[in-house]
Write a protein of this length. Structure first.
Ligand code: C2E
Ligand code: MG
Ligand code: MG
Length: 675
């Protein structure tokens, strides 16, 4: 995995793990605090229940004494003396007057009457029992803290295994409690004392309850924690999938769209302006083919790192596809923006000087200024990010690598091209079905005899709405969207049909060449396919020539070689079209079975003041002759050019000097006239 991608995941992971760590710590602390908390609660509950029982006894004793005094006519002291006989172990009675003077006492412990008014911990509990009695907390052990209580519990635990479980009766706490017996005698108060004891048995039951409680709490907590951990992993993977680009390890397109929306959403009355940019690297596919896909990915990573460092506040970027990046830029004026972009493109190009990489930029300006334009801005901001990026892409699409211009702003003209493209794409299928594409033929002449020696099939779109559309306006669109393969099939069939008609009608037949686009070479059965098309009309293969542009000679050479060999085997003639325009394909001449070389129009354009052009043409013709190839010169418009080419042994001439592309009927007339 890429380093920066790892860091990014780490950052996100850290962010998402903190709540879980906090949750876990909270859980551990609660587990530790729980025994102390429970000990405290149990202590209070156990003491409380015993005190409540004592208070209850005092109440009952009060009722008993009152009824005895009423029924038997006994005095309070007599009745108390009667009660004393029934007192158990650990119980005492004490009788005082209003001033607290002891009138009678059964035991040694004397209630601390000063503390009688002191409300004990259990006030609420007792008041719930509706007991309106005064209580005396006779022992400071009642005030024992939860920690001390827990420590006492632990102390009383047996040190070794006790089979008889006598330890259950070990006393943990022993105290006593004084409660006033309500007798309703004026000036006399009667108090009742009873022991309050906690033994291990109580704690044992408490512990069992505690463990049960802990289990009930722990199991779901562990499950919850496991769930949190797994959801973090899931979240990590989802973040990975959602927002990271696999090739660069940086933000991906989804992130970019969201970020742009956020940035542009804030961009209301801002004085600065934004531009959506498409950064395009030329021939990334070729780069990968030459240096390997790993190097290609490393390059993308490098570009991404460079952009990350060079982004300013409020800007963002992401890779859109292949080596294309979308960038949202802030700018304070076109000149400054252009300056920045030139520097950016120069630095990116200089990143791998030895490997000859090059970039271009297309920009769509999202302006926000004042008053009138603001409405426009709002309208434009409503465009979705993809649409803005498509405009930027359309602008960079119009930049040619060899034109020397590398920055292009989206404008009306590009918009019109886009609209035209849409229109063409909408109509192309219907046009093919309605036979709006028509076969035109441009004659190729023998420069010596000045007679027609062949022809090139060129398509013309005769649209009922647009009139005649020249191929340059739709072929590039078809090449981009793949429709060109259907059109080429159509043209090959039309030429095959024409050849077979000429043959059947006994007319003069000349070889006709058809353009075969590079896109066709993706199918490995291309030779068989073309053969089937020709055979379906019974056309002679040797009268059909297939013109391939130089661009077709890039890509997989082995496949191309194989297809050309098969086509030759079927008897078709192969021509290399537009020779000399693209990258040098001299090497292709060595490896591929080419019969005809078509010198591009560019050879004969512009003035050839120092005669260097003539030398190039002369030597190219000589080279082709040595390789047993025929030479056709294209775009010949002047007599001197014809004479020169004839002198150099050029086999055929195609150009406006002799003839323009014409409909089939007209071409047939030209042939008849010659005859
Ligand atoms: P190409 O195959 O190189 O065809 C030659 C182009 O040069 C034709 O343009 C032709 O009209 C033009 N031409 C010929 N002689 C002269 C001349 O003396 N002066 C000037 N200025 N131009 C001359 P066209 O017909 O507009 O076709 C342009 C390109 O479109 C063709 O270049 C070819 O690449 C493509 N194309 C045309 N028809 C088809 C087709 O059916 N299939 C495919 N795949 N491509 C086609
Ligand atoms: Mg051609
Ligand atoms: Mg050509």
């Amino acid at each position: 995995m890429k380093k920066c991608k790892k860091q990014k995941i780490k950052r996100l992971y850290k962010k998402s793990i903190w709540p879980s760590i906090a949750l876990f710590l909270f859980f551990i602390i609660s587990c530790a605090a729980m025994p102390v908390m429970f000990a405290g609660i149990f202590k209070e509950y156990l003491l409380d229940s015993q005190i409540a029982a004592i208070e209850d006894d005092a109440q009952k004793a009060g009722d008993f004494l009152t009824s005895r005094m009423e029924k038997e006519g006994e005095s309070i002291l007599e009745a108390a003396a009667f009660l004393e006989r029934y007192l158990g172990r650990g119980n005492e009675l004490c009788i005082t007057d209003d001033s607290g003077r002891i009138l009678r006492q059964t035991g040694e412990t004397v209630p601390d009457f000063k503390q009688m008014e002191k409300v004990t911990l259990f006030e609420e509990y007792l008041s719930a029992l509706n007991l309106d009695i005064t209580r005396a907390d006779s022992s400071d052990a009642f005030a024992m803290s939860s920690w001390e209580f827990l420590a006492r519990c632990m102390e009383t635990l047996p040190k070794s295994y006790d089979k008889d479980r006598k330890w259950l009766n070990n006393v943990i706490f022993k105290g006593y409690y004084w409660a006033e017996i309500p007798v309703g005698a004026k000036g006399i108060h009667l108090y009742y004392r009873s022991d309050v004891v906690l033994i291990q048995k109580h704690i044992y039951f408490m512990s069992v309850a505690l463990v049960a409680e802990a289990v009930l709490l722990t199991v779901p907590s562990i499950l919850l924690f496991a769930n949190v951990v797994s959801s973090i992993g899931m979240q990590k993977r989802m973040v990975n999938l959602l927002y990271l680009d696999a090739a660069t390890g940086d933000n991906n397109w989804t992130y970019f769209q969201q970020r742009c929306k956020k940035i542009l959403g804030r961009f209301r009355n801002a004085s600065s302006t934004y531009a959506m940019m498409n950064l395009h690297m030329y021939r990334y596919g070729d780069y990968c083919a030459c240096h390997g896909s790993r190097q290609g990915e490393a390059l993308l990573e490098k570009i991404s790192s460079y952009l990350r460092v060079n982004m300013e506040c409020g800007e963002t970027f992401a890779r859109s596809e292949k080596a294309d990046f979308g960038i949202l830029l802030r700018y304070d004026g076109i000149k400054l923006l252009e300056k920045r972009l030139k520097k950016l493109l120069a630095e990116l190009t200089g990143m791998q000087n030895d490997k000859g990489i090059a970039f271009c930029a297309g920009l769509y300006l999202i302006e926000a200024r004042t008053g009138k334009i603001r409405h426009e801005v709002r309208r434009r901001r409503q465009l979705d990010i993809d649409q803005m990026y498509h405009y930027a892409e359309a602008a960079s699409g119009t930049v040619g690598e060899r034109k020397g211009e590398h920055i292009k702003f989206f404008d009306q003209q590009i918009l019109e091209q886009q609209l035209w493209k849409l229109k063409v794409e909408e109509q192309m299928d219907d046009a093919l079905f309605n036979r709006e594409f028509q076969l035109y033929l441009q004659a190729k002449y023998d420069p010596v005899t000045e007679k027609i020696a062949g022809a090139e099939a060129l398509v013309r779109w005769i649209s009922p709405k647009e009139g005649m559309i020249s191929p340059n306006r739709f072929i590039p669109i078809f090449e981009e969207n793949g429709f060109i393969t259907k059109l080429d099939d159509y043209m090959i069939s039309a030429v095959a049909k024409l050849q077979s008609e000429w043959k059947i009608q006994g007319k003069k037949q000349v070889p006709v060449s058809v353009n075969v686009s590079r896109a066709n070479f993706t199918r490995t059965d291309l030779a068989q396919h073309i053969c089937r098309l020709a055979d379906s009309y019974g056309a002679d293969h040797d009268l059909i020539e297939l013109e391939l542009t130089e661009s077709a000679f890039f890509g997989d050479k082995n496949i191309l070689q194989q297809i050309l060999k098969e086509l030759k085997m079927y008897g078709f003639c192969i021509a290399m079209d537009d020779f000399g325009t693209g990258y040098s394909s001299l090497n292709s001449l060595k490896d591929l079975p080419i019969d005809v070389l078509k010198l591009d129009t560019d050879f004969f354009r512009g003035g050839d003041t120092n005669g260097r052009g003539e030398i190039v043409v002369t030597e190219t013709i000589r080279l082709a002759k040595k390789l047993n190839m025929k030479i056709v010169a294209e775009g010949i418009e002047k007599k001197e050019q014809v004479e020169f080419l004839a002198a150099q042994g050029c086999d055929m001439i195609q150009g406006y000097y002799f003839a323009k592309p014409v409909p089939v009927g007209e071409f047939e007339k030209m042939l008849q006239q010659e005859a």
